[in-house]
Design a binder for this molecule. Structure first.
Ligand code: ADP
Length: 295
């Protein structure tokens, strides 16, 4: 099974071009769609999930023409949107059971088994009797996944799932997601580089409605091999470095900025070559993009 997106474009009525000729081939497994806020990720996810129309282009999941055969797609889709409401005064088990009824799983024994299995899979079995009102952000997200898995989807879309989760909850969420990619196309849309680093076998970076880079994270990292250098500098020097080097990221370390610089040759005194991280790839792509726009 593969999801093929071909030349997808969308301009909103206010003139914003949210998607500009997006083409992606997404195989079974975890696919990371990485991009800053406003890049067009949600627009793309919502279009694939048949919640809104594109102006042009096509999307196919196997034989299903997603933009035309919406009902067909919906039967095999699991979608976890950025924000979703839950009935607060019901337990996780009762609500999941209720959703299973709505999905048409009428056999009680089959339904109970499925609900139990999904609660276990998402690590919520222990808290199944608790009302959703008391659930943390991470527990709610995992409940969202359990719900999305009820229909045994071939395509699962998860939009910005870890925003607002603390590191522990994020890790639990990663563990749940990482088991899903074997038979399913899972698209994880995020602006958090670590989400992709931890989980995804394929990825794309989008910015301003366009794909800047796509491929396998390990191969993509190869492209930056021997090209990223690090230096710790004084705060007052930051602007000068930015004018003279391709500074792709800056982070405070013990109160001083540590900069990462992209360069094909050794940039000089005090710089040391480092192994590029996915974060460097991300920032260097966004850097390129901003620079192109500036020139
Ligand atoms: P992301 O999910 O990457 O943050 P979005 O797809 O939400 O990006 O937004 C892409 C661009 O389209 C942004 O500039 C946003 O302001 C704009 N946009 C999103 N939804 C609408 C809408 N319904 N009407 C007009 N503009 C929109």
């Amino acid at each position: 099974m593969e999801l093929i997106i071909d030349n997808l474009s969308k301009t909103y009525s206010n003139g914003i071009q949210a998607l500009q000729n997006i083409s992606l081939e997404i195989p079974t497994g975890m696919f990371g769609l990485l991009g800053p806020n406003g890049a067009g990720k949600s627009t793309l996810m919502r279009t694939i999930a048949t919640l809104q129309d594109a102006d042009s282009g096509s999307v196919f999941l196997g034989d299903i023409d997603v933009l035309k055969q919406k009902n067909e797609l919906r039967k095999t889709l699991g979608y976890l949107p950025q924000q979703f409401g839950l009935y607060p005064k019901i337990s996780a088990e009762v609500l999941l059971n209720h959703f299973a009824v709505l999905k048409g799983i009428s056999n009680k024994g089959e339904r109970n088994d499925l609900v139990k299995a999904l609660l276990q899979k998402t690590n919520l079995y222990e808290v199944r009797k608790q009302n959703l009102k008391g659930f943390s952000g991470g527990m709610k997200q995992r409940f969202g996944i359990a719900q999305a898995l009820l229909s045994n989807p071939k395509l699962l879309i998860v939009d910005e799932p870890t925003a607002g989760l603390d590191p522990l909850e994020r890790n639990r969420f990663y563990n749940v997601l990482s088991e899903l990619g074997e038979h399913t196309v899972v698209i994880l849309s995020t602006h958090i580089v670590d989400d992709v680093k931890e989980l995804c076998t394929n990825m794309a970076i989008i910015n301003k409605g366009q794909v800047c880079l796509k491929g396998n994270p390990i191969q993509i990292l190869e492209s930056l091999k021997d090209r990223v250098y690090k230096k710790t500098i004084e705060k007052s020097e930051l602007n000068i470095y930015k004018q003279n080097y391709k500074v792709i990221s800056e982070k405070l370390f013990l109160g001083k900025p540590t900069i990462h610089v992209l360069s094909d040759v050794h940039p000089g005194d005090g710089f040391s070559l480092i192994n590029a991280e996915l974060e460097d790839v991300y920032f260097s792509e966004l850097f390129k993009n901003t620079n192109l726009k500036r020139n």
